[in-house]
Design a protein around this ligand. Structure first.
Ligand code: ADP
Ligand code: MG
Length: 382
């Protein structure tokens, strides 16, 4: 640990969203100061940072300033150009590395990485040109067409039942490189957060069970009950294998599908803390954000463990509108009156439908209690 960057030093974060904001909080709580590089003048992480460098992620002068001030850099934004991470890595520790981020930015490379890690994923084909559509095997229909890059929260995806629909969807997505996946019968969705240190040491948080609505994460429940424990162990081992296969440093989240026939397939990964790990702030002894800070600083990762069953509810902008479409403020006092409620709002001033405004974690002595309070929360927010 002799090369660890100690508290009091400056850490750099590329990206100003809520993931950066929560990482800033974790870093500051450990005594670090944080510089956030983010072009938006009013960003969640920029507002919390000790220093907000307001410039484009590729601005050479801003990157030079960041490298001069900081002892290590990480990213909270998946689509930061991987090249930028490589440039910074010439002068200071960067976690995760540009090469790993580049893989996570591209669904085709991501699937190749799963194969390399010995972890199965959905049957799929990579489609670059309209001619590739003809070669698609029947087994991939019905399917989901996903743009290879830049998709998130269900954006850049189209469900297709036939070759005609595939052709139309490919054109509608702009004719860009895509991955077509077979539409799978999902019994459940899981995710696993792994942190890997510079020395190759790895820790995982207990697998999360996730429910999506309209392609966006709605609810996470931990522990992941209702799923065969052997599958959970398999997901955790797979997540470690995936991180190890690129010598990853930092926090990596892998999403998994559990199929109706009991098979486990990797879906996608994020080279950073993940929405499904937000419960860890309140329910784990070391949160995913603290793990990110520890990993980038070269500190021991600790022994994260779940200390309370938890239910995490995402708070989308929709909650800020009543049935008539008029804007309103959700009933925070009513929600905070319930036991074990931890409210996290990201400081975004403009609520928009489907926009992640915050999240809320319910912790309790037992999972049924946490679920019961989560239902009361939903009723008070409804
Ligand atoms: P995003 O980057 O938007 O999170 P995902 O690939 O994770 O994209 O897809 C979002 C959600 O859509 C998944 O969590 C799952 O609920 C559903 N989904 C994605 N791919 C498939 C598939 N091949 N079969 C069935 N459902 C899928
Ligand atoms: Mg996803």
């Amino acid at each position: 640990m002799s090369d660890a960057l100690l508290p009091g030093a400056w850490l750099g974060m590329l990206g100003g969203g809520q993931l950066g904001r929560m990482a800033v909080h974790a870093a500051q709580s450990l005594g670090y100061r944080v510089a956030v590089l983010e072009p938006d003048p009013a960003s969640p992480a920029g507002a919390a940072a000790d220093w907000h460098l307001q410039a484009a992620y590729t601005d050479p002068q801003a990157l030079a300033e960041l490298a001069k001030a900081c002892g290590a850099v990480s990213t909270e934004f998946e689509n930061v150009p991987a090249q930028v991470l490589d440039t910074l890595a010439a002068s200071l520790p960067v976690a995760p590395a540009g090469a790993a981020v580049a893989v996570c930015q591209d669904r085709a490379l991501e699937k190749a990485h799963f194969a390399k890690s010995g972890v199965p994923c959905a049957p799929h084909a990579v489609l670059c040109t309209p001619a590739d559509l003809d070669a698609v095997p029947d087994a991939l229909l019905p399917g989901i067409l996903k743009t290879a890059t830049m998709g998130y929260d269900g954006k850049g995806q189209r469900r297709v039942r036939s070759r005609e629909e595939l052709r139309a969807a490919f054109a509608e997505l702009g004719g860009v490189r895509c991955v077509l996946e077979a539409l799978l019968p999902l019994a459940a969705e899981l995710s696993v957060i792994v942190a890997r240190g510079r020395d190759g040491a790895m820790v995982t948080l207990p697998a999360q069970r996730n429910w999506h609505v309209g392609g966006i994460l709605a609810t996470t429940v931990v522990p992941a009950t209702g799923i065969d424990p052997a599958l959970i162990a398999q997901a955790e081992a797979s997540a470690r294998a995936i991180a190890d296969a690129f010598g990853y440093v930092g926090v990596l989240c892998t999403e998994f599908f559990v199929l109706a026939d009991g098979r486990l397939l990797a879906n996608e990964m994020a080279p950073r803390p993940h929405n499904s790990g937000h419960h860890s702030i309140n329910a784990c002894t070391v949160s995913q954000f603290e793990l990110q800070v520890r990993a980038m600083a070269g500190l021991p990762l600790g022994t994260p463990r779940l200390h309370s069953p938890a239910v995490m509810l995402n708070l989308l902008g929709d909650l800020w509108f009543d049935a008539q479409g008029a804007q309103r403020e959700p009933d925070w006092p009513g929600v905070l009156a319930l036991p074990g409620v931890h409210l996290h709002l990201y400081g975004k001033t403009e609520p928009r439908r489907a926009r992640k405004m915050g999240h809320l974690t319910v912790t309790a002595g037992s999972q049924p209690e946490a679920l019961a309070v989560a239902r009361q929360v939903a009723a008070r927010l409804g």
